[in-house]
Design a protein around this ligand. Sequence first.
Ligand SMILES: CC1=C(CCC(=O)O)c2cc3nc(cc4[nH]c(cc5[nH]c(cc1n2)c(C)c5CCC(=O)O)c(CCC(=O)O)c4C)C(CCC(=O)O)=C3C
Ligand SMILES: [Fe+2]
Length: 342
Amino acid sequence: MSDYDAILLLSFGGPEGPDDVMPFLRNVTRGRGIPEERLLAVAEHYQHFGGVSPINQWCRDLIPHLQTALGRRGIELPVYWGNRNWNPMLVDTVATMAERGVKRVLAIATSAYGSYSSCRQYLDDIAAARAAVGERAPVIDKVRHFFDHPGFIAGYAQGVREGLQKITVDDTTRLLFTAHSIPSSMEEYSGPEGARYSDQVREAAELTVAAAGWEGPWDVVWQSRSGPPQMPWLEPDVNDHLESLENTTSVAVCPIGFLSDHIEVLWDLDEEAAQTAQKLGIEYVRTATPDLDGPMTETLAELAAERIQGVPVRRLGKLPLWDPRESGCCPAQAAPRPSKGH
Ligand SMILES: CC1=C(CCC(=O)O)c2cc3nc(cc4[nH]c(cc5[nH]c(cc1n2)c(C)c5CCC(=O)O)c(CCC(=O)O)c4C)C(CCC(=O)O)=C3C
Ligand SMILES: [Fe+2]
C-alpha cells in the first residue's frame, strides 16, 4: 500500500478533427516501419467519421464515472488524463502534475493485456514523459493487467447476451472474440515466457463464454493488422475467418481486446467485417463494449483500491500474472533473450 496523491488515466489518444488525423497517425507509427500506403488507408477510415475518433471523448466521459466509483471506495483523489499519441499528451499532463506538486501517481491504462503495445509501451511513455519533465516529475506506477477480472468479463458478457438476442441463433451460430493483431515477433516476446498476449486474450474469451452462458462454438480471431504484408502478424484475421466458415447462419463478434468503441471497432468491425458477413450471407452482430456505469468502471476503481487500500486481488483466470517492472518482458524489438539463471 502506498500514499498516492493522484490517479492517471493513460490512453492511446485519437484525433478530434480532420486536421488532426495525419499528425496523429505519424505519432502512432513513428519509428515502427508502417508503409505510407497503410497510413493513407487508415486516414480514410478516420475521415469517414469526420476525422474524429470517439476514444478521447470516451476518456472524458470515463473520468467522472471513475471518480464516482473511487469515491464510493473512499478514494478521493484527482484523476488526471494523458495520452500516448494525441492531446492531451502524457508529457503535458506529467508537467501539470509536477507544477501542482503531485508526487506519487497510480496510472490506469486503457488496455487490460500484456504485450509491448498494450503494456510495455505505456511504461516507456511514462518513463519518457518523466524524463522530459525532469526532477520534479512524480513517480508513476501502473496497475496490473486485468483481462480476467470478474468485472471486466461481466461487461463483455452482458454485451454478448444482448447481442445474441439481435440475431437468429441456431446450432451453427458462432461467437467470435476479436483483439488487435500484433506482429508475431511482438507476440513471441509478450510476457516473461512469451505468447502471453494471445494466451490472455484466449482466457478472457473463455471466461466471457462461461459468464454469458454460451454453449455453442466460439473462436478467437484478430483484427486491424498493419505493417508490411510480408511481416507475419497474429492470424486469422476476422474477415478471413468469416470467409472460412461453412454453413453458418449467424455470428456475434465481441471486441474483447478493446475497452471502448473507437475507430478500430467502428471501422474494422462495424463496416468491414459486417460487409464481409453480408457478402457471405451470414447474419452479423457486433456486441457492445462495456457501459461506463457498469462493472468495467468498478473494475478500474477496484484496481486502484488493490494498490491504495490493499483490497484482495480478484481474478477468474489461471494464467500467472507477472510484474512488468521486475521482468524484462515485452521489449519493443525482438532481441535475443537474456540468458537466465547464471
Ligand atoms: C495491441 C494493440 C492495441 C490494444 C491495446 C491498447 O489499446 O493500447 C491497440 C489499440 C489501438 N490502436 C489504435 C490505432 C492505431 N493502431 C495502429 C498501429 C498499431 N497498433 C498495434 C497494436 C495495438 N493497438 C500495433 C502493433 C500497431 C503497428 C504499429 C506499432 O508497432 O506500434 C495505428 C497506425 C495505423 C495502422 O497501421 O493501423 C493506429 C491508427 C487505437 C485508437 C483507435 C482510435 O483512434 O479510435 C487503439 C485504441
Ligand atoms: Fe493499434
